[in-house]
Design a protein. Structure first.
Lengths: 171, 246
């Protein structure tokens, strides 16, 4: 009997490792787009993974694991900034809009990301989930726990701010 | 003007241009397992704490009287510690009682009846339940109306506890012959009484409770009464006797 338990534990451990390898990179990219910090992003993904393992038996389908991981990352990113209450100050200090020189595309990307990171968290999450993860309004709404209409509104307001802030930048 | 397409491309480029994320699966798995273990420990500690609190509450409930549903439900006495003391100079007795209760000392020698409002009885009562939960203490010199508390037929008619109930002499009271009895009172209430006699004096200590003796709370009240009786300190020689009749 102990042998069976040890065997099952090894299988679980292998499976956990496989799931992590399969989803971690994508998760870290999502977390980075939401937080603008690779170290924080990696930490968030590990935390999200650790939380999900507690519900591992309910997440036997890898596809479901990915969806849960995405949702947990978005929630953790929200908590990350909410708890520290320094989102605005931190981003304004650390993620200033870059000078407009060098590769215009790169400059625009950095500037756009900086503005994106200054958006309210839900607007930012809605834009990233819709345009990076390529989720539908309904899927995004499910993660943000709101209606599809609210998602459209969040995206619209976020886009308006982006346009306004980046007006006049070369493309 | 920035549009969705620009944002999509920017997000894709930013995500791809970044350094390859460190994918340390064993580390993440260890972290997850540590978290699971910690959650399990916290859950066990929480369950143990809740269980202990529950047991403590049950013990407290068992240790103290619980007021009856009828006729006057009220707050049960919160403390079973008899931190207060009532000294009865008239009866030569000191007795403990719960904090929050009120006392009313007898103002005249006892005539033989026990009642909440009797002026010749020391009364210690729950201010919320008043005549539904109170202690009464009274005494008189032996020889006039009372010869021995150990014989039921020798005791005076108290005006209560006359309809009978389980009783007996037990092991006496502090070395004195005694009679213990559960009492049925009107309106579904009850009581417990002890009558005992020292060499010179007969005593009655009575607790009136808002439950009849066969109620589920009866055993609790009986135990509570026993605890109160353990606080009694007798000094019958200091009691005040009524003036001799001419």
């Amino acid at each position: 009997m102990p042998g069976t338990m040890a065997q099952r534990s090894t299988v679980d451990r292998d499976r956990l490792a496989d799931l992590y390898v399969a989803h971690a990179s994508e998760g870290v990219r999502l977390a980075y787009l939401l937080t603008g910090d690779w170290a924080v992003a990696e930490d968030l993904v590990q935390e999200a993974f650790a939380r999900l393992v507690g519900r591992f038996r309910h997440l036997r389908e890898p596809a479901a694991f990915g969806a849960y991981l995405r949702r947990t990352i978005v929630n953790l990113a929200t908590s990350h900034f909410r708890h520290r209450r320094v989102e605005r100050a931190y981003l304004e200090r650390e993620v200033a809009i870059p000078r407009r020189e060098g590769n215009p595309n790169e400059d625009l990307d950095e500037a756009m990301h900086a503005v994106l990171l200054r958006l309210p968290q839900r607007q930012r999450a809605a834009i990233v989930l819709r345009f990076y993860e390529d989720l539908s309004d309904t899927q995004t709404a499910e993660i943000l726990q709101c209606s599809a209409g609210t998602v459209r509104s969040l995206v619209s307001r976020g886009m308006t701010t982006l346009r306004k802030e980046l007006e006049g930048m070369p493309r | 003007m920035i549009d969705e397409h620009n944002v999509r491309e920017m997000l894709q480029r930013r995500a791809n241009a970044a350094p390859t994320p460190t994918v340390d699966a064993p580390k993440a798995t260890r972290r997850a397992r540590r978290r699971l273990f910690a959650n399990g420990v916290i859950a066990m500690v929480a369950v143990a704490a809740i269980a202990l609190a529950g047991l403590a509450s049950i013990d407290e409930i068992r240790g103290g009287p619980v007021p009856a549903d009828q006729p006057t439900p009220s707050v049960k006495p919160k403390s079973t510690r008899f931190t207060q003391r009532f000294d009865s100079p008239l009866n030569g007795l000191s007795i403990g009682y719960p904090a929050g209760w009120k006392t009313r000392a007898a103002t005249e020698p006892w005539g033989g009846k026990i009642a909440f409002d009797a002026p010749d009885v020391d009364v210690i009562f729950d201010p919320k339940l008043r005549e539904h939960l109170y202690l009464a203490v009274a005494s008189m010199p032996l020889g006039s109306k009372w010869d021995s508390a150990s014989r039921q037929q020798d005791r005076p008619s108290l005006g209560l506890c006359d309809t009978g109930g389980a009783g007996g002499t037990g092991n006496g009271f502090q070395g004195n012959p005694a009679w213990f009895q559960d009492c049925y009172e009107p309106h579904g209430e009850g009581g417990h009484i002890v009558l005992f006699s020292t060499a010179t004096r007969g005593y009655v200590i009575y607790i009136h409770v808002p439950d009849k003796p066969q109620s589920p709370q009866q055993a609790r009240y009986a135990r509570w009464f026993s605890e109160i009786l353990r606080t009694v300190v007798l000094s019958p020689d200091e009691a005040v006797n009524p003036p001799e009749s001419p």
